[in-house]
Design a protein. Structure first.
Length: 417
């Protein structure tokens, strides 16, 4: 089940009237203009979310090459591959050489009328390009200048490049694992990029709300370092105040256990006497909670190897479906271990309308994930597919006061390509 959104590619359309309103309600960010210098994942995920809720996003790209994610994964559709398409819908591409003075002037002109400028370069890059906060705020006092970096602009790591796996490694996230002797490994989804991108989007919204009251813009800064530390707020507070390292992956009544045809994740908690319910669900001959060696949480930690071996032996005796049914009957939190393909095909994904479709001029219909924030009166919309590189060069400049002759001249100079 998918939502098919087929609004004209270059025309932003307001959402239909809903049960919450008698008339069409403007999208939350309608009228907000964003000049988007971001690339790869962190920044584009933030600006796509802004676009999904109505903001106008002008994506600034390098001529010929474009956003790095256009080229980072070999694909039959080249620069319009699914990696790029997944996080760049509801944007228009302006392919412009900002090294040329004529290119910088075009961008200054766009920014003078913009609400937000967003980037996720290394520290100092926007300043060297002439688009730092101090360069722009006098010309546009209402501007929100938003930046996402790896570590921030001060401190010993300020000059380091930020990248998802690097942030996992520095932040302590990678260190904690199911067993102390388990090999260290990277998290297989871009956890840091996505988290920081959502913080970047939240910071922009907060700054826009402040500007509603003050009329003045401000600088917004987020870092992978801060975002990953903040994700661990419970563990950090315990470490700072008790000197104790909390590791939710090492809880004695929880784990991932192989079955005869797959695996089940079990979380033994959030109920009174969880070990009694686990023992019943696993069809054990006794309530393990009555054994003296498992009588308290401390003892369960101390005797975790033997306890978990009992769990493993039980799970290995039957199918995933069997154990899911048994655990459900006892009120023990559980889930089968699914692949991404299984999760996308799950009925819950369809029920939540999490897959949308949009037409693309060169690759056909693109299926992708919907925005996860559901608003009853102003839901997200896919008004245009991700742009081809430089697809909107002429359109954007015409809208911003350039005539056809000037645009042709900029093309001849190689400013627009």
């Amino acid at each position: 089940m998918t939502d098919t959104l087929t609004a004209p590619e270059t025309t932003a359309t307001a959402p239909e009237a809903s049960a919450e309103t008698d008339a069409v309600t403007p999208m939350p960010l309608a009228g907000i203009k964003v000049v988007d210098f971001t690339q790869v994942y962190m920044g584009p995920s933030a600006t796509q979310m802004l676009g999904d809720y109505g903001a106008e996003i002008i994506k600034v790209e390098r001529p010929g090459f474009g956003d790095i994610s256009r080229n980072s994964f070999p694909d039959k559709d080249g620069q319009d591959n699914p990696i790029f398409l997944s996080i760049n819908r509801n944007k228009r591409s302006l392919s412009i050489d900002s090294r040329k003075p004529e290119g910088r002037e075009v961008l200054y002109r766009l920014i003078r009328d913009a609400d937000v400028v967003v980037s996720n370069f290394r520290n100092g890059v926007m300043e060297r390009m002439g688009f730092g906060y101090d360069d722009l705020k006098e010309a546009n006092p209402r501007l929100i200048w938003a930046s996402g970096t790896g570590f921030g602009d001060v401190g010993p790591y300020a000059s380091k490049g930020g990248q998802d796996v690097i942030a996992q490694s520095y932040s302590g996230v990678m260190w904690r694992r199911e067993a102390d002797d388990a090999p260290l490994s990277t998290y297989s989804t871009s956890l840091c990029d996505y988290t920081t991108g959502m913080h970047l989007m939240q910071g922009i919204l907060l700054a826009l709300r402040t500007r509603d009251a003050s009329g003045v813009g401000q600088k917004v800064e987020v870092t992978m370092w801060d975002s990953m530390l903040h994700m661990q707020m419970q563990e950090a507070c315990m470490q700072l105040n008790r000197g104790y390292e909390v590791n939710w992956g090492q809880m004695p009544l929880s784990g991932v256990f192989a079955t005869t045809d797959g695996a089940v994740t079990m979380v033994g908690g959030f109920t009174e006497d969880p070990l009694r319910h686990i023992s019943a669900a696993l069809e054990l001959d006794e309530n393990l909670g009555e054994r003296p060696e498992y009588a308290t949480l401390d003892l369960q930690f101390a005797n975790k190897p033997a306890l978990q071996e009992t769990f493993r032996a039980a799970f290995a005796s039957n199918t995933t479906a069997h154990w899911v049914e048994r655990l459900e009957a006892e009120g023990v939190l559980n889930a089968p271990v699914h692949s991404l393909a299984q999760a996308l095909d799950d009925e819950q994904t369809a029920a939540n309308r999490m897959i949308v479709e949009a037409p693309h001029p060169s690759v056909g219909t693109v299926r992708m994930l919907n925005a996860p924030i559901r608003l009853s009166a102003t839901p997200p919309s896919v008004r245009r597919s991700a742009p081809r590189l430089g697809e909107h060069n002429v359109e954007v400049l015409l809208e911003n006061g350039y005539d056809a002759e000037t645009i042709a001249h900029l093309q001849e100079l190689g400013v627009l390509r």
